[in-house]
Design a protein. Structure first.
Length: 232
């Protein structure tokens, strides 16, 4: 994959620091998260690690505003989550396990829809098609794309518009080695422009050089914190 310039966008309103105080999330009688106290800084990558069922995806969905906490408080740049304005809500970008692309829309149309929802000019998506090597697939329906192409399209959509809080759930899934290199570079650029990036993964080592902090979850609870460089 040839190197291309990093796309440049004006950053969204700042959302960090993000603070979770006593946050828990119940699904019926099951506690997916319990008593989470966490502080996330701007211009930093936080890795979230833990086994399946530890609560990583629930934590990211809560930070994305797709879930509300059952207990506790979430604050973005000092504002309670429920008091975020539209512009600040638009500053959150979330990549889930599934790409959540519209299968009957082309890759370009999926990104164009995201650009329109974020009130970006249509031309804003073009550098991201280039950055994630999607030119050849841009005019194919997403449903006929390979899993790797779909993942790269979902990543391009996630970073479109320079979100100030980027939430990535197993983002290297289905990426080849070249795609993983581009993702590393894009995450580094996001941190460099001041975004708070939270990345949940079973494979933290490829991002260890960027991480300011590694947070481990087990059975919905935080385990003792590890500073960057503490990965094994």
């Amino acid at each position: 994959m040839d190197r291309v310039a990093h796309p440049v966008s004006a950053p969204c309103p700042a959302l960090a620091p993000v603070e979770l105080v006593g946050v828990g999330r119940l699904f019926g009688p099951v506690a997916a998260l319990a008593a989470i106290d966490l502080h996330l800084e701007a211009a930093a990558l936080t890795l979230v690690v833990g086994p399946n069922g530890a609560g990583k995806s629930t934590l990211l969905r809560l930070l994305a505003g797709l879930l509300r906490p059952s207990t506790g408080t979430v604050r973005y740049a000092g504002r309670p989550a429920e008091r975020l304005g539209d512009a600040r809500r638009a500053g959150r970008a979330f990549l889930a396990h599934r790409t959540q692309l519209y299968g009957d829309l082309t890759v370009r149309e999926n990104l164009a829809l995201a650009a329109a929802l974020r009130q970006l000019p249509p031309a804003a998506l073009e550098p991201w098609l280039e950055r994630f090597d999607l030119r050849a697939a841009a005019d194919r329906p997403a449903r006929v794309c390979s899993r790797g192409q779909a993942q790269r399209a979902a990543l391009a959509r996630t970073f479109l518009g320079a979100p100030s809080l980027v939430l990535l759930d197993e983002p290297t899934a289905a990426l080849d080695a070249a795609g993983a290199v581009v993702l590393h570079e894009v995450v580094a650029a996001a941190v460099g422009r001041g975004a708070a990036v939270v990345l949940a993964t079973h494979e933290p080592q490829p991002f260890a050089d960027l991480a300011g902090r590694t947070v481990a979850l087990a059975a919905g609870r935080l385990v003792p914190d590890r500073e960057a460089g503490g990965l094994r």
